[in-house]
Design a protein around this ligand. Sequence first.
Ligand code: SF4
Length: 365
Amino acid sequence: MANSSIELKGDAADCTSAKVALSGLTLAEMITFVNSLGLPTFRARQIHKWIYDKYASSFEEMTDLSVSVRSLLEEKAQVGLLKLSHLQVSRDGTRKYLFELPDGQRVESVLMSFSDRKTLSACVSSQVGCAVGCTFCATGYLGFKRNLTSQEIVDQIMCIQRESGKRVGNIVYMGQGEPLLNTEAVIESVHTVINSVKIGARHITLSTSGIIPGIKRLEEENLPLTLALSLHSPDPKTREEIVPITKKYPLSELIPALRDYADATGRRVTIEYVLLSGVTDSPAQAKALSDLVRDIHCNVNLIPFNPTFDNEGHEIYHRPPREAQDAFKRIVERSGRTVTIRLERGTDIDAACGQLHNKFSAADD
Ligand code: SF4
């Protein structure tokens, strides 16, 4: 049902000075737009189908629109919002995209395929840069620039589908930025992903560094997506050092908030844990992690560190050897939780979040 009071936001709202981008909009927003051109509502449904079901990249392809409608759309609108600025393809098939936003800022997205899964996964960004400043993350070194709009988040997925010609089956909000510091736009984008891109909430994972008000807001929304907490250390002092936002949202409050979320939604959460040699990979930390997760409805995902570099090009941390990763896993498994070591993707390209962006920012300087 069309909502005639809905307002177009950001670039989509400006239909006087610039063309309105349609990909990433909801059906209701498309209806508002086509009605503003004097076109009937069913035209919006046709365009919505072409963009979301058939990955059309031009109005010319929309052959069930009359020539006059297509030329009106050419004049007033464009399909995509983001421009592909760079693409890297890994030997394992991982595709890493750098997209340019309408204001010239750039964000990264990644398309991953796994041999044991039929569906492709896309990792999307929610902010340009990030204010959280995790010490092992290339995006942290960028600092925070701005939030993305819901449309800018959704169009990353559509750009990937248009470029690759492949359907994405899983979405992870794990690219640049902290999704729960841009909570309303992220929630809006999740609804568009479900209703327009047609990827079910159970195939969506949202990863947070531990923003307690955002976790509570997500709990109210009660979406059956998977919440992943980037825990990275069970020890408050170590976590404060590598995830500085811990000072604002300490583990003593974060863990109960996470437990409440899992209890209220009935959804199993994921605990993400980056293995940094000599920092987070000791047997004592494994034991503390095992004790911590024992009474949380969760799975644990260990992430062997994917090397990132500071602004001077120095490798900041090191990845523990495989035997140390396995030993850590065995200790955490004593909790009775399922523990996995994340499969590495795209290690021959700039796979860690923020690396591709930083490389091109440096090149621009
Ligand atoms: S790991 Fe995530 S939350 Fe931390 S700085 Fe990087 S983008 Fe931000």
